[in-house]
Write a protein that binds this ligand. Structure first.
Ligand code: FES
Length: 601
């Protein structure tokens, strides 16, 4: 039996087999009703099974509703304080519709919502919390398969880290990007233009009235940021991994195709349960390298480096920063989207979406990898149509001659640091300048607003103690603001170095994720004002021009910063978080050690 799924615009069709998984090298696997995990709860013949069935009937369900159908958990990261997910309550209903029509039984499970802008100090502090919550939600309940509903930056890697560790069939129902925005006839993108306009405001080129007007003009609808920020990068990479329906991640949140896609997710997960199509059967080193290739072709967020490494470790797959650098050298930026280019996600959807982009880079992809469709990636890549050559550029006409990611190493970051050359100033790709060092974000903010600050455009701004342990949570402080006095002189970019991350929507010559971080004694802790720092992007080199014996003296005198968190999640996080080059997961959550199924008694 075959079902035909069609997408809105551009119209493309994908044939999904609704029988056994086929067309892949991993073989069919069909499960019977008796094999379902939820049967441990509902088919148990003693007092516990009685109580489980009784409590479902308490909610008005029929006995057979939970005894004869796969139970689908819809992990929903909706909240009133998460504008990117404002529509996810309605989408959960569409997913339920699809589940029911395919013969499953849906249950919605609310999970922590990580609205990027509202959650402080940073959503990254809670990515691993959401991962643990997702895993334990799925493990502790009678769930056979899961649809993960989210999109805003950390929600996608967070939910997937947990779902991979849990290991039951799962697929992503992406929140989808918000609609295109315009201001005074000019296309503006969430995040990217906020920083641009702020710099103009600081320089006195935007007045108070326009500034207030901009607040209501730059985010036009629910949905994730419409630039190629972290949200669109991560949802796209998850699709490239094979964990989302083909083409689903490009659909705008407010397009009528979006609820149709959500219903498709509901229908598909039921069949995935029967096929036992788990993340472990889908994920491989090839699928992770596919996702990395997509990151590079999209000009995706540097944040993806941390997230994809964490996800790979959960799947037990070897992936390193060096792999990312190797792929970045081969795959050019082809998606003409902010911040590397000039379009928005809605344009990308109209241009053909992710399947079309993957067709462009098909020679860089492992096309035999299995996806949640039950078929090889090749099927969706071959079915794609590229509609707009300016938005999805041909290989010979890339957006930039610089890659989307470069991994730098040297005595300032022996385990690596990352940079996004495609969104940086070419002249700063080889640069040597005097360091201006800040120990905290508060100190930095105050200093950069001081018009008497001793610096010029050749200075190298350094922010430390902003890594996973230091901040804590590795916030997006790595796009250090340009000093106010230099903004007034027209300077818009400088070399900046930190152990923090940077918003995927931002641009600039920022070296990020320096590892190990300063707070655990990494070399960034040893830099002093006036030291010379050199970046050589071509050589992938980051060097502090201070003699080794002097660095040894400074290290001997170094005192670890006092961490103020004596209790709660933050203390647990600081004790167990790993470094950026390892994915910044918690040391007791990473890896593939099995967790036994819970006793139901
Ligand atoms: Fe949610 Fe950008 S703030 S995706």
């Amino acid at each position: 039996m075959e079902a035909v799924l069609t997408r809105g615009y551009p119209e493309w069709t994908l044939r999904l087999r609704t029988g056994n998984v086929s067309g892949n090298t991993k073989g069919p696997m069909t499960r019977r009703l008796e094999d379902l995990r939820s049967r441990r709860w509902y088919a148990e013949q003693g007092m516990r099974g009685f109580a489980h069935r009784q409590r479902m009937q308490q909610m008005g369900l029929r006995r057979d509703d939970v005894l004869t159908r796969p139970i689908i958990g819809i992990v929903n990261t909706w909240s009133d304080l998460s504008p990117c997910h404002a529509h996810l309550r309605e989408r959960a209903e569409a997913v339920k519709r699809g589940v029911l029509m395919a013969g499953g039984m849906p249950f919605e499970l609310p999970a922590m919502s990580l609205g990027e802008v509202m959650v402080k100090p940073t959503t990254m502090l809670y990515r691993n919390f959401l991962a643990m919550e997702t895993e334990e939600l799925l493990r502790s309940h009678p769930i056979d398969g899961a649809v993960l509903l989210g999109g805003c930056d950390k929600t996608v890697p967070g939910m997937w880290m947990g779902a991979i560790s849990m290991g039951i069939p799962a697929l992503l129902c992406p929140a989808g990007p918000m609609l295109n925005d315009r201001h005074q006839g000019r296309v503006v993108g969430a995040g990217t233009h906020t920083r641009m306009f702020w710099d103009e405001r600081q320089a006195g080129r935007i007045d108070a009235a326009e500034w207030v007007q901009l607040e209501s003009r730059m985010t036009r609808s629910p949905g994730t940021c419409n630039t190629m920020g972290t949200a669109s990068t991560m949802t796209s990479m998850v699709e490239a991994l094979g964990l989302a329906l083909p083409g689903s991640t490009s659909i705008p949140a407010m397009d009528a195709a979006h609820p149709r896609m959500a219903a498709d997710c509901g229908a598909r997960i039921v069949q995935m349960v029967w096929d036992d199509l788990t993340p472990q059967r889908i994920l491989s080193r090839g699928s992770f390298l596919n996702a990395v290739a997509v990151q590079m072709a999209l000009g995706g967020s540097t944040n993806a480096a941390v997230h994809i490494l964490a996800m790979a470790r959960r799947a037990g797959i070897a992936l390193s920063l060096d792999d990312l650098d190797r792929v970045a050298r081969r795959v050019p930026v082809l998606a003409n989207l902010f911040p590397s280019g000039e379009g928005l996600m809605e344009d990308f959807y109209y241009a053909g979406g992710l399947p079309a982009l993957m067709q462009r880079i098909r020679d860089e992809l492992s096309l035999d990898e299995l996806t949640v469709s039950g078929q090889a990636l090749r099927v969706q890549v071959e079915a794609a149509r590229i509609i707009d050559d300016n938005t999805i550029r041909p290989l010979e006409r890339p957006i930039s001659d610089r890659p989307a990611l470069a991994v730098l190493r040297g005595n300032l970051a022996p385990e690596g640091a990352v940079m996004k050359p495609s969104a940086a100033t070419p002249a700063l790709m080889q640069h040597r300048g005097r360091a201006l060092v800040f120990d905290s974000q508060a100190q930095m903010q105050a200093a950069l607003a001081d018009e008497s600050l001793d610096c010029d455009e050749t200075s190298v701004l350094v922010l430390r103690n902003a890594g996973p342990v230091g901040a804590p949570g590795m916030p997006e402080w790595g796009g250090l603001p340009i000093p106010k006095k230099l903004l007034a002189r027209g300077v818009r970019d400088m070399l900046r170095i930190s152990d923090a991350r940077m918003s995927g929507t931002h641009y600039g010559s920022c070296v990020l994720h320096a590892s190990p971080e300063a707070a655990v004694g990494g070399p960034l802790a040893l830099v002093r004002n006036g030291d010379e720092i050199e970046v050589d992007m071509a050589q992938r080199r980051l060097h502090l021009h201070v003699p080794d014996d002097e660095l040894a003296r400074r290290r001997a005198a170094w005192v670890a910063p006092v961490q103020p968190f004596q209790r709660g999640w933050t203390q647990l996080y600081q004790r167990h978080v790993m470094q950026a080059h390892e994915g910044a997961d918690l040391d007791f959550l990473t890896g593939t050690a099995p967790t036994p199924e819970p006793s139901i008694y």
